[in-house]
Design a protein around this ligand. Structure first.
Ligand code: AGP
Length: 619
C-alpha cells in the first residue's frame, strides 16, 4: 500500500527519496510525490500519477535541491488517484508539507471543524485534513511542530504513519505512527554527523545504514540536523529509542539476474527454507527447537484450541497448518479469515491460542483480529516474515519465517515458509505433548529436513513449464482440484493465477465438483488436479475420470514413477515423493511457475499486478 520515505542530513535528499520510492514500489501504488526544502527556504512539492518514473520525468526540469525531504507512493483510499489527491499535501499557509499512510476515520468531523475555522481544502483526502489540523493546532497553541503534532494527533481516530516538513524550520523533520509502520534509519554522514532516513519499511534505508529504530504505535519522533532524535508517546512521555541492526542485505532487494522478483523468489525457495529451518530442525538428533513454543510450552500443552487468523495466501498456508497440527499435536484448530473474524463476536476462551500468519506482519485485518483476541484474553502467537512488523510486536510470542524479503506481490517463498513454519510449530507442540511415537516424530523430522532438496528437484525437473504455459495463455477460466492436504494447494494455485494473469480460476476440493462446479466442465476448461500418491489417490483418480468424461482437459500433478494417471490425464507434471503432510510444499511449486509463465506470456506486470498491494494496511 502507501509508502513513505524521508531524509534529513547533509546529502541531497532527492536522489535518496526517489531511490527509496522505487524500493517501495513493490508495495503497490497509483501515484507518487516528493517535497523538499531548498537552500533558499522554498518548499517545493511535485506529484505525478502512475509510476515513480512519471514523477522522475516531471521533476527532471524542476528544482529538486535540498537536504531535507519527504516522499510518498499513494494507493488510493479516499479520492481517485490524481495529482491533487497524491501526497505530499500542503497546509493552508503552505508552511507544512505532509505524507501519510493509513486512514483517518474521523476526518469528516475534523474537516467540518476546520472549515468553520476558515480552512479550505483542495483534495478529497483524509490526509489534507491531517496537515490542516496540525497547522491549526500549531497556530492556536503558538507551539513548535513537534508539540503541535502531539496535540493534534490526540484528536485523530484511525491509523497513520506520517512525516512532516516545516518550511520555516528546514532543520527538523517530525514523524509519527499508529497502526501503520514507520522505520527511522540512523546514519552517519561524511563529516561524522548523524543523519536520519525514514521508510515505511527498511528497504529504502538499508543502502545507507543498518541502524534503525522501529517507531512504536502512538510515538512521535523529532529529528534535526544536530543529530538529535527525540521520541515521545501521545501521553507526552519520553521514550528511549531502541536501536536495531538490520540483517537485510542490498542483494536481497535486487533481481539478481532474474527478469522478475517473483521468479527469483520461486527459485530462492530451497535456500530460503533451509534458512527457515536452520537451528530449529535438527536432523542428527531428530529434534525441533522452536523457542517461541518452548518459552510458552504450558500455553500450548494446555490449549483448548488454536485459532489461526490470516488473509489470502497466508490463509491458505494456515489451512495446511490446521491439517498438520490437528494430526500431529491433537489440538483442534480453526482457521479464520481475519477480516470476518474481527467483525464477528467470536467465542474466545482464555486458554485459546490465537496465531496470526502474515508475511508482511502489517495486514490491517489480521492485526485487528489479534487485537480482538487479546481483549478476550487469548495468548497471541505471530508467524511473520518482516522483522519488527506490527503483528510481530503485537503478539506474545512467535516465529519469524527468515525467508528473506519478498518483493513480488504474489507470495511464493513466504507461502512455503509459512507452511514449513507451521509444520515446525506442529511438531514442536507434538514434542511437548508427547502425541507422536518416537519413530513417527523422527520420520517426520527427517522428511521435513529433505524438503528444500525436493523443492530444488521440482524446480530443476519442471524447467519446461514455460513452454507448457504457452498452451494456456488464452484460456479464460481454470479449475484447480486437490483433496486433503492438497486442497489448500488447489486454492493457492488458483489465487496465484488470478493475481498476476487476471484469469478467472477456482480452487476446489476435488470431491465437491459433483455438487455444482462440474457443470462448468467442457473442452475449453483446463483442470489442474493434484493427484500425488497418498491416502486419497484412488479417489482423486475417480475425480479425474469424472472431469474427463465431461470433456475437461486434465493436467495431473503426480508422484514420480506414477504410471496409472497417464491413462486419464492430458498432461503430467512430475513431483518427487514425500509424506502426504508435506506434499503442499512440493506441489505448490509447479503451480507458482505455471501462474508466473502464463502471466509473462500475457505480458502482465508480474511483480506489480493491477489493483493489488503487497502489504494491505487498510481494511
Ligand atoms: C498473496 O499472493 C497475496 N498477495 C495476498 O493474498 C496476501 O497473502 C494477503 O494480502 C495477506 O498478506 P500478509 O501475508 O502480508 O498478511
Amino acid at each position: 500500500m502507501c509508502g513513505i520515505v524521508g531524509y534529513i542530513g547533509e546529502q541531497e535528499a532527492y536522489p535518496i527519496l526517489i531511490k527509496g520510492l522505487h524500493r517501495l514500489e513493490y508495495r503497490g501504488y497509483d501515484s507518487a510525490g516528493v517535497s523538499m526544502i531548498n537552500a533558499k527556504g522554498d518548499l517545493n512539492v511535485y506529484k505525478a500519477t502512475g509510476k515513480v518514473k512519471a514523477l522522475e520525468d516531471k521533476c527532471a526540469n524542476e528544482d529538486v535541491t535540498g537536504s531535507i525531504g519527504i516522499a510518498h507512493t499513494r494507493w488510493a483510499t479516499h479520492g481517485e488517484p490524481n495529482t491533487v489527491n497524491a501526497h505530499p499535501h500542503l497546509s493552508q499557509s503552505k508552511n507544512l508539507s505532509l505524507v501519510h499512510n493509513g486512514i483517518i476515520e474521523n476526518y469528516k468531523t475534523l474537516r467540518v471543524m476546520l472549515e468553520k475555522e476558515g480552512y479550505t481544502f483542495c483534495s478529497d483526502t483524509d490526509t489534507e485534513v491531517l496537515v490542516q489540523l496540525i497547522e491549526y493546532t500549531q497556530k492556536k497553541g503558538r507551539c513548535d511542530l513537534f508539540t503541535a503534532v502531539q496535540r493534534a494527533l490526540k484528536n485523530v481516530i484511525g491509523a497513520y504513519a506520517i512525516a512532516i516538513l516545516q518550511k520555516d524550520h528546514p532543520d527538523q523533520l517530525v514523524c509519527a505512527r499508529k497502526g501503520s509502520p514507520l522505520v527511522i534509519g540512523v546514519g552517519t554522514d561524511a563529516r561524522g554527523q548523524k543523519e536520519f532516513y525514514l521508510g515505511s519499511d527498511a528497504t529504502p534505508i538499508v543502502e545507507y545504514t543498518k541502524q534503525v529504530v522501529y517507531l512504536k504505535d502512538e510515538e512521535i519522533a523529532y529529528m534535526d540536523r544536530t543529530g538529535k532524535l527525540d521520541i515521545v508517546n501521545l501521553q507526552k512521555v519520553h521514550q528511549t529509542p531502541e536501536m536495531h541492526t538490520l540483517s537485510l542485505s542490498l542483494d536481497e532487494l535486487e533481481k539478481g539476474g532474474f527478469p522478475h522478483f517473483m521468479l527469483k523468489e520461486i527459485w530462492e525457495q530451497p535456500n530460503a527454507l533451509r534458512t527457515c529451518i536452520k537451528g530449529r530442525l535438527h536432523s542428527k538428533s531428530h529434534d525441533i527447537i522452536l523457542s517461541g513454543i518452548t518459552d510458552h510450552k504450558e500455553k500450548f500443552i494446555n490449549a483448548r484450541r488454536i485459532i489461526i487468523c490470516a488473509c489470502g495466501t497466508s490463509w491458505h498456508s494456515a489451512l495446511i497448518g490446521k491439517y498438520f497440527i490437528e494430526e500431529v499435536a491433537q489440538i483442534p484448530v480453526e482457521v479464520e479469515y481475519a477480516s470476518e473474524f474481527r467483525y464477528r463476536n467470536p467465542v474466545i476462551y482464555p486458554d485459546d491460542v490465537v496465531i496470526a500468519v502474515s508475511q508482511s506482519g502489517e495486514t490491517a485485518d489480521t492485526l485487528a483480529a489479534i487485537q480482538l483476541a487479546e481483549q478476550k484474553g487469548a495468548f497471541l502467537y505471530g508467524i511473520c516474515n518482516v522483522i519488527g512488523s506490527s503483528i510481530a510486536r503485537a503478539t506474545n510470542s512467535g516465529t519469524y519465517l527468515h525467508v528473506g524479503p519478498e518483493i513480488g506481490v504474489a507470495s511464493t517463498k513466504a507461502f512455503t515458509g509459512q507452511v514449513i513454519t507451521l509444520c515446525l510449530l506442529g511438531l514442536a507442540i507434538a514434542k511437548e505433548k508427547h502425541t507422536l511415537s518416537d519413530d513417527m516424530f523422527h520420520m517426520l523430522v527427517d522428511e521435513l529436513y529433505q524438503i528444500p532438496d525436493k523443492i530444488q528437484w521440482t524446480l530443476e525437473n519442471n524447467k519446461n513449464i514455460d513452454q507448457f504455459a504457452q498452451m494456456f495463455t488464452y484460456c479464460r477460466n481454470f479449475i484447480f482440484l486437490g483433496r486433503g492436504y492438497n486442497y489448500p494447494v488447489a486454492l493457492e494455485g488458483a489465487l496465484k493465477l488470478k493475481e498476476i494473469s487476471y484469469i478467472h480460476a477456482e480452487g476446489y476440493p476435488a470431491a465437491e465438483m459433483k455438487h455444482g462446479p462440474i457443470a462448468l466442465i467442457d473442452s475449453e476448461m483446463p483442470v489442474f488436479v493434484i493427484a500425488t500418491r497418498d491416502r486419497l489417490y484412488e479417489k482423486v483418480i475417480s475425480n479425474i475420470q469424472e472431469v474427463r468424461a465431461r470433456g475437461g482437459r486434465v493436467t495431473a500433478l503426480v508422484t514420480e514413477g506414477d504410471t496409472q494417471i497417464q491413462k486419464f490425464a492430458d498432461h503430467i507434471i512430475t513431483l518427487p515423493d514425500t509424506m502426504e503432510c508435506f506434499q503442499p510444499l512440493i506441489a505448490s511449486i509447479p503451480l507458482q511457475l505455471l501462474a508466473y509463465h502464463i502471466a509473462v506470456c500475457k505480458g502482465k506486470d508480474v511483480d506489480r499486478p493491477r489493483n493489488l498491494a503487497k502489504s494491505v494496511t487498510v481494511e
